[in-house]
Write a protein that binds this ligand. Structure first.
Ligand SMILES: NC(=O)c1ccc[n+]([C@@H]2O[C@H](COP(=O)([O-])OP(=O)(O)OC[C@H]3O[C@@H](n4cnc5c(N)ncnc54)[C@H](OP(=O)(O)O)[C@@H]3O)[C@@H](O)[C@H]2O)c1
Length: 281
């Protein structure tokens, strides 16, 4: 079976660089999707309270017969639970829904700087508690901009292990990524193939044809070569397999630079801007 490389985190733990994301997989399809992913060889699952499928992720992992310790599980705090007491209860529910007594990684899903009086710092201090009591082996953030990370650095003791951000060829999020790189924060790239939007790009199609790979494989390989952690989502078994086959080929520097040049800056963003996103329903 393919060996997926690991990325070393700033707290000494390691995370498999390739995982399986379950955003937009409905609860009644999640057990089967995760079953297939584990069968293909994925050992890292990225879920969130917001996805409403933590229970099914846990069920699929237990049904696989694999040791819990072999699988890396990430979940995220939902936007309505940023106040410390709410966060404590929400994290307890995440663990009980998953049916585990710990997760490998727990993230603040969005910074929500326009809600909660702009206070994501007390939320982060609450995640520090989960890390200290061992129930979250690593803690991190998602969708944090540079100024949010700078504020955590100034006001708290723990540097996030990861920042999970939108990042793909059309939106390379360079400033946030560079801050992470220079401060020991690993970058996780969400929507790593831009939910399919980059797959018809002529430059990517040309590289794929030259290497006899698919456009998705080329884009995911580009992510891997940049050191990003990725967890593409698919409910089609053939794509789940295709997205896992990234470690028996390489892009040369010319191909990497060609994809680097596709960056459209803000115009390439497909998700909400973290400074303005304020959904806490
Ligand atoms: N932290 C955050 O705020 C945040 C936000 C978004 C996502 N995420 C995480 O990142 C993960 C991945 O992002 P994503 O699900 O938004 O987008 P993605 O992985 O970039 O793309 C998924 C889409 O691409 C299609 N697809 C997958 N593999 C393909 C292939 N080989 N060829 C052609 N099409 C393919 C899928 O369709 P089919 O299912 O039909 O194959 C689906 O429509 C999520 O599942 C979640 O874990 C986090």
């Amino acid at each position: 079976m393919t060996d997926v490389p690991c990325v070393q985190l700033n707290d000494g733990n390691e995370i498999p660089q390739l995982g399986f994301g379950v955003f937009q997989i409905p609860p009644d399809g999640t057990v089967e999707a995760v079953r297939i992913a584990l069968e293909v060889g994925y050992r890292h699952i990225d879920t969130a309270e917001m996805y409403r499928n933590e229970r099914e992720v846990g069920e699929a992992i237990r049904a696989s017969g694999l040791d819990r310790a072999e699988i890396y599980v990430t979940s995220k705090l939902n936007n309505s639970f940023h106040r410390p007491d709410d966060a404590r209860q929400a994290f307890g529910r995440t663990l009980s829904d998953l049916g585990f007594d710990y997760v490998e990684l727990f993230l603040i899903h969005w910074p929500l700087p326009t809600l909660y009086d702009g206070d994501y710092v007390s939320t982060w201090r609450t995640l520090e508690e989960f890390n200290e009591d061992g129930r979250s082996r690593s803690i991190g953030v998602s969708n944090f901009q540079v100024e949010h990370l700078e504020r955590l650095a100034a006001e708290t003791d723990t540097v996030p292990a990861v920042n999970q951000i939108e990042l793909h060829p059309y939106f390379q999020n360079r400033e946030v990524r560079a801050y992470g790189e220079s401060h020991g924060i690993a970058t996780e790239a969400w929507s790593p193939i831009a939910q399919g939007a980059v797959l018809d790009d002529p430059a990517i199609a040309e590289i794929a044809e030259k290497l006899d790979r698919t456009p998705a494989q080329v884009v995911l390989r580009w992510q891997i070569q940049h050191g990003n952690i990725v967890f593409p989502k698919s409910t089609r078994p053939e794509r789940v397999r295709e997205n896992f086959e990234l470690f028996d080929f390489e892009l040369d520097s010319g191909d990497v630079e060609r994809i680097d040049a596709l960056d459209r800056g803000e115009a390439g963003r497909i998700g909400p801007h973290p400074d303005r996103f304020a959904y806490a329903g």
